[in-house]
Structures are given as structure tokens and as C-alpha cells.
Write a new protein. Structure first.
Length: 418
């Protein structure tokens, strides 16, 4: 209890005692002596009370400042305590969430509606240093789960920025006006007239829901122990990452998918160049020149390139200088900032001869070429009926996402690479 509260209560007790004594017409010597002592104590407590208020006010200020300056590192430490194992057991057995996991889930529920258990995005991060608990006598020792293989993240390597939106939509106004400067033709002549400053909005809308379903058998629940948490986290992380990468570039904009860079290129004004030839450094170089002349890049080192593995196979076999052994691939990688290969983010080669596509992006003025929006947290829902007879656990993770670009001049698409 605060000292000021204790002193205030004592002052109230003194006033009550004094009111009873003062009401008497002829107080005794003991009562008169008691009034003097209570009066001195009351005056002394007044001084102590003011001092206590000053000290406690300083403590409140320090505590408030500490809360306001809580760093991102402390937030990361809180999120590191989130346990997916607790979520799985809560959905499977109805076990109560406790510790940091319970606090985080309660906070997420207070900010939005979830049918199941809300899971923060930070919980899908792959954590280091966690091991499978052991020591229980068992005639057969089960090793940690060997997870499935997923394609590596491409969106981040191509300069995309993840944006988390709490509720509603988010728009990015992009200037489109051609404001020009001009000289006065004469001493009294006017300079170039004013031009309207116009913008176009690039919205992120919560219209696209991505779902990941997982069926965990009773054997898996009993066999894997705490190692199941890491396996579930990595599996969800890989599945969402792979589906998101494909949607960013190949999303059709229909059947629930967001509009990817290829489907939205014409509407967004992204330049599409039909190469209709074998891939060479010369074909990519002309697009780099377009980046530079469009003020989007200052040199080839600012440009990122996304290709399929078949392009690398063709260019690495195409020797540009027989004497030195330099290939077209060597010329490409030595000039560009980065080259990323993916079979997931780009469509399979088609046609005769077979041809594929490539994407070039750059970050201009600190602005990424495209944005990937996510809303709230991942909603983890349990289906209690489908696997009830086998004692299994079926989970569905729902995530709301969308894709938009910033400036069209920061992205270029090449097609017809044979």
C-alpha cells in the first residue's frame, strides 16, 4: 500500500477520535492529554503526507517514462514466449492458455474478432536454440520431425515490403503529374504556368483470404512432444510463404487470389517487353538503361532480377568469350545488384520453342517496388468433428493478404525469354 494512503487513513482515524473527545463538556485529564498528542501527530502527518505525495509522483513519472520507452527488443522477447504447443493443446483438449501465450491471445482478442485462437505473425518465426525434451523412459526413441521442403522467400529478396494493417484499408498515393520548370522568355515575361499536382491511389484491401489446413494425427501428438511446436510453426511458415510468393507475382486477381505483378501489369502501367529471343546480358541491359533513364536507378547495381532456373542453364552454357571462358551468365551477375532464381514465383516455360518470363525491380528513394499487406494476426481454428473418430486434430490457419505496387517505373517484366 502507498505511504500516502496509509497516512490518509491514519488522519481519518485521528479526526474520528478527536470528534468524540471534543464533544464532551468536561473531558478528563487523560482525554485532554490524548487530544494534545493526537493534535501533534496530526500536524506531523500533514508534513509526511505532502512528502509522500511528492515522492510517489516522481515514481509514477519514472514508471510512465519506462512504459513509453519500451523498446522493440522487449516486444520481441514477449513474442518469443508464445508457444504454438499451447494453442494446439487448447484446441485439442481445451487446456487453458497461460503465461505469455495467454496474455498475447487475450490482447489480440481485445483488438479484433477471431473464431479460433489468434496467433501473432511473430510466432511463425523460426526460432533457434529450442530442442525436443527427452529423458522419459521409452523402448523406442523418436528423433525430431524432418519437415517438408518449401521454396525460399522471393518477395523479400526482390525488395517487397511487408505491411501489417490492424483494421480497414491502407492507400499509398503516388504522384503522377508532370510538373515542369521553364525559363522566362524575356525580362518581363512569365515563367511556365502552373500544372495540377495529381496522384493515383494504390490501395491494399482485405479482400483475399489465404487458408492453411493441417491434419495432426493422434500418433503425431503423442510421439513428437514439444518438438511438434517447431514442426507446426515451420510447416505453416513454409506453406504461407510459398503461397504468398506465388500470389505476389502470379496472382490472377480472381477466384480469391490477389492481383499479382503479371496480371496487374497493364492496369498499373508496368512496362512489359517481349524479348522473343534467347536470354543474353544485352537483352537485360536495355531494360537496365530504361530504369536509369526513368530516374528509378542510378546504375545496374541498383537493379534486382528474378528468373527461372532454366534461364541460368541457358546463359551459363552460352560462352560469350571463348578465350576467357566468360559466359553470358557471368556478365549478367557481375553487373546487376542481385539475381534470384525461383520455380515457384514464375510460371513454367511454355510454347515452341519454350519461353519463360523474368521480373526486374529497383528501390528508388527508399520506396520499395511493391507492398504485401497482412491484416491483424493469423486466425487458428480447430475443426472438432472431422477427425473426432480417430482422435486427431484438424487446424485451419486463416490469413488476410493483398498486393499492390508503388511506382510502375520501379518494375519491369520481360517475356518471351527462350
Amino acid at each position: 500500500m502507498l505511504d500516502s494512503v496509509k497516512i490518509a487513513r491514519r488522519q481519518s482515524e485521528i479526526r474520528q477520535t478527536l470528534s468524540g473527545i471534543v464533544g464532551k463538556d468536561q473531558p478528563t485529564e487523560d482525554e485532554t492529554r490524548q487530544m494534545d498528542e493526537l493534535d501533534r501527530e496530526y500536524r506531523s502527518n500533514e508534513t509526511r503526507y505532502r512528502a509522500a505525495l511528492i515522492a510517489e509522483d516522481e515514481e509514477r513519472r519514472e514508471a510512465g517514462a519506462d512504459l513509453e520507452t519500451r523498446s522493440d527488443r522487449e516486444w520481441a522477447e514477449i513474442m518469443a514466449g508464445f508457444e504454438m504447443r499451447q494453442v494446439a493443446l487448447a484446441l485439442d483438449e481445451g487446456r487453458t492458455l497461460d503465461g505469455r501465450t495467454g496474455e498475447i491471445v487475450t490482447e489480440l482478442r481485445s483488438r479484433g474478432g477471431y473464431r479460433g485462437v489468434p496467433v501473432p505473425w511473430e510466432a511463425l518465426e523460426i526460432r533457434a536454440g529450442e530442442t525436443v525434451a527427452s529423458g522419459t523412459p521409452n523402448p523406442l526413441r523418436t528423433a525430431p520431425i524432418i519437415e517438408r521442403l518449401f521454396a525460399g522467400s522471393v518477395a523479400a529478396r526482390m525488395g517487397g515490403q511487408m505491411v501489417n494493417v490492424g483494421v480497414g484499408e491502407q492507400e499509398y498515393p503516388v504522384a503522377t503529374s508532370a510538373v515542369t520548370a521553364g525559363w522566362a522568355a524575356s525580362e518581363t515575361g512569365n515563367v511556365t504556368g502552373p500544372s495540377a499536382y495529381t496522384t493515383v491511389d494504390r490501395p491494399l484491401k482485405p479482400d483475399h483470404n489465404l487458408g492453411v489446413q493441417m491434419r495432426i494425427t493422434r500418433k503425431t501428438l503423442k510421439q513428437s512432444g514439444t518438438g511438434l511446436e517447431q514442426a507446426v510453426r515451420r510447416d505453416m511458415n513454409g506453406a504461407i510463404e510459398e503461397a504468398l510468393d506465388r500470389a505476389v507475382f502470379l496472382g490472377s486477381g480472381s477466384a480469391g487470389e490477389p492481383t499479382g505483378l503479371f496480371a496487374g501489369a497493364s492496369a498499373w502501367g508496368i512496362n512489359e517487353e517481349d524479348v522473343a529471343a534467347a536470354p543474353t546480358w544485352g537483352a537485360f541491359r536495355s531494360e537496365v538503361v530504361s530504369f536509369i533513364t526513368g530516374n528509378a536507378a542510378s546504375g545496374p547495381g541498383d537493379v534486382r532480377l528474378l528468373i527461372r532456373p532454366e534461364i541460368w542453364d541457358t546463359m551459363d552454357a552460352d560462352i560469350w568469350d571463348a578465350g576467357s571462358g566468360i559466359t553470358e551468365w557471368d556478365r549478367l551477375t557481375s553487373a546487376l545488384g542481385s539475381v534470384t532464381m525461383s520455380h515457384n514465383a514464375l510460371a513454367d516455360p511454355t510454347g515452341s520453342p519454350e519461353a519463360t518470363s523474368a521480373v526486374m525491380t529497383t528501390t528508388a528513394g527508399g520506396v520499395p517496388p511493391f507492398f504485401v499487406g497482412t491484416w491483424g494476426a493469423i486466425d487458428l481454428i480447430r475443426d472438432p468433428y472431422s477427425d473426432a473418430q480417430s482422435g486427431g486434430l484438424r487446424l485451419t490457419a486463416l490469413a488476410t493478404m493483398d498486393v499492390t505496387i508503388s511506382r510502375a517505373v520501379q518494375t519491369r517484366i520481360l517475356t518471351g525469354l527462350q
